[in-house]
Design a protein around this ligand. Structure first.
Ligand code: PMV
Length: 324
């Protein structure tokens, strides 16, 4: 086989119903189903080139050559692709994020979705969206949800082939906005892979997992009906439950900063006053403020003026991972 190259772009996503904890760590089979919105404009662009004669996989993130754990994780993902395509060539991978990595902005979701889509194409594989979602999941669970477009559900599944994500509504279904209060761009101390492994050590995890399908139903219904009040209530409850599990794990994980809680409380007060906005928080201190697009300017103004948030990113519903 001669050199083969492909480039893909994938959006990050924000979970409305969170994935936290695995039934199978190695296969990243989730403990519970989850539901998210792709984030338009928060993207990873990745080029994969299988190169004849290359001795080992190479990884460039931005301008920086990566080694160690980051490279190993990418190599493992390339191994999945190589074994499916029946090739042994090593690859050169170049990846670029247009947003800060490791700050709870789900860079691993867009990164592994883009890597999978580009890598499969470069290896000459022609895979369905479902197969790409399964494969992306093996790299990072939430990456399975960055493969399909818009509003996306990831079903638990009994086997690896059954654990994939699918679109429940296209990006133009509901002009929601994620107004992200960026509190810190620091790399998080405990990443999500280690976090998932700790989930089961919290006494609260079993209760969270048992009630997740019911929250997912309510969330799906709210998205399909564009019912913001119902969405707000279930999204905040689900985020609070995940953070309760994190904080009560054997080795507790506290991802919030004081400003994170201040924003959460303000958002609830603003909603009580009639401004449609709710919060959700991933494995980092940043606060994702969800609102109808028309209310985003007011949410941004209040974050800036009342809470002195200096950096704000905004993203509407994003499309599927795609080759360029
Ligand atoms: O895909 P991972 O292993 O980075 O896990 C993502 C975990 C959360 O972002 C906290 C929740 C989610 O469902 O995206």
């Amino acid at each position: 086989m001669s050199n083969q190259k492909a480039t893909a772009i994938s959006c990050s996503n924000i979970a409305f119903i969170k994935y936290w904890g695995n039934r199978d760590e190695k296969l990243r089979l989730p403990a519970n189903p989850s539901l998210s919105m792709n984030l338009a404009g928060l993207e990873t662009t990745t080029t994969v080139e299988f190169v004849a004669g290359l001795e080992a996989d190479e990884l460039l993130i931005g301008e920086k050559a990566e080694a160690g754990a980051a490279l190993e994780r990418v190599s493992n993902q390339l191994d999945q692709i190589r074994s499916k395509a029946g090739i042994t060539l090593k690859a050169r991978v170049e990846s670029q994020n247009n947003f800060p990595a490791g700050a709870g902005l789900a860079s691993s979701a867009s990164a592994f979705a883009a890597l999978t889509v580009a890598g499969a194409a470069a290896a000459g594989l022609s895979l369905s969206e479902k197969e790409l979602s399964v494969m992306a999941r093996l790299g990072s669970g939430s990456a399975s949800r960055s493969v399909p477009a818009g509003f996306v559900e990831w079903q638990v599944g009994q086997t690896s082939e059954e654990s994939f994500a699918f679109s429940i509504a296209p990006p133009n279904h509901w002009p929601l906005m994620d107004v992200i209060a960026v509190i810190s761009k620091q790399h998080k101390h405990v990443g999500s892979t280690a976090g998932h492994a700790l989930a089961g050590t919290s006494q609260l995890q079993a209760a969270r997992v048992a009630s997740a399908p019911e929250r997912l139903e309510r969330c799906r219904e709210a998205v399909l009906a564009k019912n913001f009040a119902q969405l707000a209530e279930v999204v905040e409850a689900d985020s609070n439950l995940m953070h309760a599990v994190m904080m009560t794990s054997g080795s507790p994980l506290f991802y919030w900063e004081p400003i994170t809680l201040a924003i959460m409380k303000s958002i609830r007060a603003w909603r009580a006053e009639g401004l449609p906005v709710c919060y959700t928080i991933d494995a980092g201190p940043n606060v994702h403020c969800l609102c109808p697009a028309e209310d985003a300017p007011e949410v941004m103004r209040r974050l800036h003026e009342n809470l002195d948030v200096k950096e704000i990113l905004t993203a509407g519903p994003g499309g599927a991972a795609r080759l360029v």
